[in-house]
Write a protein that binds this ligand. Sequence first.
Ligand code: CA
Length: 429
Amino acid sequence: MPYLLFRGLLHTATACILLLLTACAEAPAQSLASAPTTAPAAPAASPAVTAVVAVASPLLSFEEWRGLLRSDAIAAGIDAELFDRAFAGISLDPKVIAADSSQPEFTRPIWDYIDGALSVTRVAQGRLLKAQHRPTLKAIRSTYAVDHEVLIAIWGLESNFGSNIGEHNVIRSLATLAYDGRRQAFWRSQLLAALQILQAGDNSVQGLIGSWAGAMGQTQFMPTTFNQHAVDFDGDGRRDLWHSAPDALASAAHYLQASGWENGQPWGFEVSLPQGFDYALADPEVRRSLAQWRALGVNSLETVDAHEQSQATLFLPAGHRGPAFLLLNNFRSILKYNNSTAYALAIGLLSDALDGNAGVQAAWPRDDRQLGRSERIELQELLASKGYQPGPADGIIGANTRKAVRAFQQSLGLPADGYPSHELLQQLR
Ligand code: CA
């Protein structure tokens, strides 16, 4: 199953654990493909009705629940005939329920994820496609002011350049999640948005396929994202993210533009840190201008064309033993597309590789043993028992756990990078 996606909004739990990143974010676990995140939009149906259904659905049969949904969908402007066609033969999908409740013990280290994202094959194919689609990419840049490389990189990681778009019936997946999953109101709004896509004629009932979590097409847009950002760029009258590369690339550009993309500016770049550097500065909450970072001895490894006054944060994805990056505004735009620092870093590095860059220069700490989920929970429990405040013991390394780790490191005079290493767990024990 190539589309086990771990979405930020509902899988923050799965997500943050995956790569133990400094920013609490989700990350693709079993596939490089991942769905863009979408703010949980208000359901199209009236809030009162939604509230009743959201609370009552465990007590209702699927058929009873579907009946209530049908009334709400019709009230929201969906044709009854279309609703019935879309739901013909639809039953709950046990695979979707299993994927939604999956909490894997072990996850890939970030260097494995980056290696996969920047495989020789992917970079070569991306360069070829960038050349092939140059006229389209130029037209997209004229319209949306988004660089070529980042669009090709998103295309590559979301769907392997359109070759992996998922094969789940989106209505069935979303109905399963809206009826049975966590965050039912969110899924319900996605389901109604999917019906609106059918109603708009962008795809047929049979053609509406995607990931198990309802992410669709070559850009893996969730339905609400689709309705906000998908565009018909090839002019055939349909927003066809499943079959049209121009539509997919332009839709990604439209989304990035709305997320504040600055054309021609880097996403960030690798840096070196001076001896005795205060690692506590490597925190998403600590922002400095590039000029200020340079004054602290943080230097880019290569010539970088970025504004001196641009605000940047310092990112150590594998702690102080691994590579360091300064992250700029465009990195935050990629995070709006998919709220995973590992994903955004992979997109940035792949964009650079498509532009001929050699890749990460510092070595990853590949000998580091990653903490499993139960070990992360133990780490949080031990930190709490020693008077730190890591937040709930849920195995998710978020901002609170990172702060607690940092404080514990400082108490021992260790580099305070906030990174929960196996060595640190042993010291806590
Ligand atoms: Ca089109």
